[in-house]
Ligand binder design. Structure first.
Ligand SMILES: [Zn+2]
Length: 254
């Protein structure tokens, strides 16, 4: 008797996707949960990207070893935390409008890798998995200017379609930072939200399992306190630390 082939689980990691914004835009998957982010994973009063991603995929509190480099000097750190907690956006440089040639210069900045892999093993190592660009999980994440960031968005979409008709991997994990980048710059991100769900729906159409997960929301230029988890399968997680259990259960169900 032929062995039953289990479906591939796609995990689309969307930095900055906010649960309430998903609702407001009328989007979502079959199952949608709002996740809390433990305060240990915060920096300056808000969820801190390089801490949240490895915590999602290990189910444990992980503090990226480079986090201390980002800490502000004592009183500034305290001030920022207080402002941000009260919903006041902190801007180190204020608004700056770049002229076109300056902007081009910024976009040409050399690739600057950041938030290198800081965990030996994640839940993803238990499966035959393909992982693209997740901060702290891979060594490939880089902060990028608006144009090169968009280039990686194209890679993200390209990978989704590339893997759509294959079953080489059990789990495919793709990360994009573009939405967070737009939200920090207060650029309209509606189309990016729509595109993520459109990609997810296209995958569901061919009978795969799909999960969309974020590390926090980003709205009005600042991180929000909650993140988003959506899935084609039932999910139980209410904290980012419980996503791992959902991944394991979904994989065991085959
Ligand atoms: Zn983030």
């Amino acid at each position: 008797m032929a062995k039953k082939r289990s479906k591939t689980l796609y995990i689309l990691c969307i930095d900055g996707m906010d649960f309430d914004e998903v609702n407001r835009l009328g989007l979502g998957l079959d199952h949608n949960n709002k996740l809390t982010v433990p305060e240990e994973l915060h920096l300056h009063g808000r969820p801190w990207t390089p801490n949240v991603w490895p915590s999602i995929f290990t189910g444990e509190i992980v503090i990226h070893p480079d986090t201390h480099k980002m800490k502000l000097w004592g009183p500034r750190d305290w001030m920022r935390t207080q402002l941000v907690k009260r919903g006041i956006t902190w801007r180190r440089k204020g608004f700056k409008i770049y002229r076109k040639h300056e902007r081009t210069g910024l976009d040409m900045e050399p690739r600057n890798t950041a938030w290198k892999k800081c965990v030996d093993k994640t839940v993803l190592d238990n499966y035959n998995s393909f992982i693209f660009d997740v901060p702290s999980i891979t060594d490939t994440f880089a902060f990028r200017g608006p144009i090169s960031n968009r280039e990686y968005w194209n890679w993200f979409i390209h990978f989704v379609y590339l893997f759509k008709n294959t079953n080489i991997y059990n789990v495919i994990v793709l990360y994009s930072h573009l939405l967070d980048g737009y939200a920090h710059r207060m650029i309209d991100y509606t189309k990016l939200y729509e595109k993520v769900f459109q990609l997810a729906t296209d995958l569901l159409d061919v009978g795969h399992k799909v999960m969309i997960v974020s590390d926090h929301g980003t709205v009005d230029g600042e991180h929000t306190l909650f993140s988003y988890l959506g899935c084609s399968e039932p999910i139980n997680a209410t904290s980012v630390l419980e996503v791992r259990q959902d991944i394991e259960r979904i994989m065991n169900d085959g």
